[in-house]
Design a protein around this ligand. Structure first.
Ligand SMILES: Cc1cc2nc3c(=O)[nH]c(=O)nc-3n(C[C@H](O)[C@H](O)[C@H](O)COP(=O)(O)OP(=O)(O)OC[C@H]3O[C@@H](n4cnc5c(N)ncnc54)[C@H](O)[C@@H]3O)c2cc1C
Length: 477
């Protein structure tokens, strides 16, 4: 036992060495980042302390469960089984559902979700804040199909925003909203059709349309709308008005609580309407400087760079401080399936390298923009290379710690090594904190499981670091 512990320690030292060159050294020795103070902080020896310290505040039992959960979601058969179970009809059976919810709560839920309610999420925010990180509160709600559900969802969002008042100031860097939770999804489809048609046929009139930024560019896919859609009927127009009112109420609450609002991106089928809500609200509320509204751009879409540039140029002309959250995109299979079913090419880049290039290109464009002019950027990614490139450019442009201009964000339970690496390099970093009752969060967990399949660079690094922390606490692994 003693020998195995000794050899475990010595092999862990080797692992530490190789990991510190994979994780911390790339950030600390990267010429552009070192002058942020990282190199000075991490003289030889201190680098390894930092790696060991990554999970030092996490209780051993929780660390072990996290390790096992990440290991489980790395396994293709487990992900296949898990997604099948969570989406299967058997979930309608009470006993089966109870068992699945129980197992999910003890594994995936506790790892990827910040709690079942505001109080639990608030505790996580405080913990992160003590660690030098902020939280983006994301009450987990998915698609709503009628006004009653939309009203209930709006109240839940409002409660979330109000709950931030009892937390340390600035510890919540944003409240997150999905437009599909506050506007009936069928209406979003109808509005998106009409917006697409208006883009195709310039003479087409949309009486309900308010001032907005460009939603499409020449390369945007318009294949979802092949025929002229009917105008919104009076009920749909009333529903649209109600949706505007819900979003306005959420924004007003954000302004009162001094918390920016982040609006998630979803499928291209409905994204035009989501962008329309985002931009029209940003224009209406642009006079009050207290709340910043962020829209989301998905770099996996071929038209994203062009759309981003068009929207940013238009915002500049209006004097609007545009907030952009940049992600790669999470609806890969749905997008490809929908396009294929209509006989069109996927709107997603044909290779993952093109997506990476697009992400880095959009990030670089926005960093230059916010460095010299108005606007704010959230780089939401777990991709180490993208983080490293952006960190280097931000340092060169002198926008290191300015939270108004730049923040990095990772999902709770993912890419911990990158989160702490960026924080240690002097950047503002937030964790996206989904929370809510277990059954409500299931669709989110399915997406996270899908995402962890195959591409496991960041979570496997987290697993190795967790293992290391356990080994270095002179125990078994
Ligand atoms: C804070 C935060 C907020 C988010 N908000 C949203 C949101 O509002 N809307 C949304 O859609 N997503 C959102 N996501 C999820 C995000 O879009 C990604 O799915 C996830 O972060 C993985 O991308 P990555 O940048 O971390 O890069 P990586 O870890 O490098 O992941 C790359 C992933 O990109 C995918 N991919 C993209 N393009 C291709 C391609 N052409 N071929 C093959 N695979 C491809 C693959 O699934 C692969 O797993 C968010 C993520 C974070 C961290």
């Amino acid at each position: 036992m003693a020998i195995s512990r000794a050899s475990s320690l010595s092999s862990s030292k080797q692992l530490l060495h190789s990991l510190s060159s994979r994780l911390i050294r790339p950030l600390s020795t990267y010429p552009a980042v070192s002058s942020l103070g990282l190199a000075e902080k991490h003289e030889p020896g201190l680098v390894s302390d930092d790696v060991k310290g990554l999970f030092s505040s996490v209780p051993t039992g929780k660390l072990l469960r996290s390790f096992l959960t990440l290991k489980m979601v790395a396994s293709e058969p487990v992900v296949d089984l898990g997604t099948w179970v969570m989406t299967s009809r058997l979930m309608k059976t009470a006993l089966f559902r109870e068992i699945v919810v129980g197992v999910t709560k003890a594994t995936f839920f506790d790892h990827f979700v910040a709690g079942t309610n505001h109080e639990e999420a608030g505790e996580i925010v405080k913990m992160l804040w003590n660690d030098g990180l902020s939280g983006m509160l994301d009450y987990g709600l998915e698609h709503a199909y009628d006004n009653v559900s939309c009203d209930l969802n709006m109240e839940a969002f409002v409660k979330t925003i109000e709950s931030t008042k009892s937390l340390p100031q600035s510890s919540v860097s944003a409240a997150v909203v999905k437009i599909t939770a506050i506007c009936p999804v069928d209406l979003l489809k109808r509005m998106s059709d009409l917006l697409r048609w208006e883009y195709k046929e310039k003479s087409f009139n949309l009486p309900w349309k308010m001032n907005t930024l460009p939603i499409f560019s020449d390369s945007s896919p318009l294949y979802h709308t092949l025929h002229e859609p009917e105008a919104l009927n009076s009920q749909e127009e009333k529903d649209l008005e109600l949706a505007h009112q819900r979003l306005n109420k959420i924004i007003q609450k954000c302004q009162e609580a001094l918390v920016p609002l982040v609006i998630d991106a979803e499928e291209t089928l409905i994204q035009p309407a989501i962008d329309y809500f985002t931009y029209s609200a940003a224009i209406v509320h642009s006079k009050e400087d207290s709340a910043m509204i962020y829209g989301t751009f998905q770099a996996y879409l071929k038209d994203t760079k062009e759309r981003l540039v068009c929207a940013k140029r238009a915002a500049d002309k209006m004097g609007l401080r545009m907030g952009v959250k940049l992600v790669r995109g999470a609806y890969l299979s749905t997008e490809s399936q929908v396009a294929a079913s209509l006989g069109y090419d996927s709107p997603i880049h044909s290779s993952i390298q093109h997506t990476h290039d697009c992400y880095n290109d959009c990030a670089s464009f926005m960093l230059n923009e916010v460095a010299t002019g108005p606007g704010s950027l959230v780089l939401a990614t777990h991709n180490f290379e993208s983080g490293k490139l952006a960190a280097a450019q931000a340092r060169d442009l002198g926008i290191g710690k300015d939270r108004q201009k730049l923040q990095f964000a990772q999902l709770y339970g993912m890419a911990e090594a990158m989160t702490y690496g960026l924080k240690n390099a002097g950047f503002q970093v937030s964790k996206y904190l989904p929370f809510g009752p277990v059954e409500q969060i299931m669709p989110y967990l399915v997406r996270r499981a899908e995402e962890n399949r195959g591409m496991l660079s960041t979570s496997s690094l987290d697993r190795q670091l967790m293992k290391l922390r356990r080994a270095d606490s002179a125990s078994f692994w």
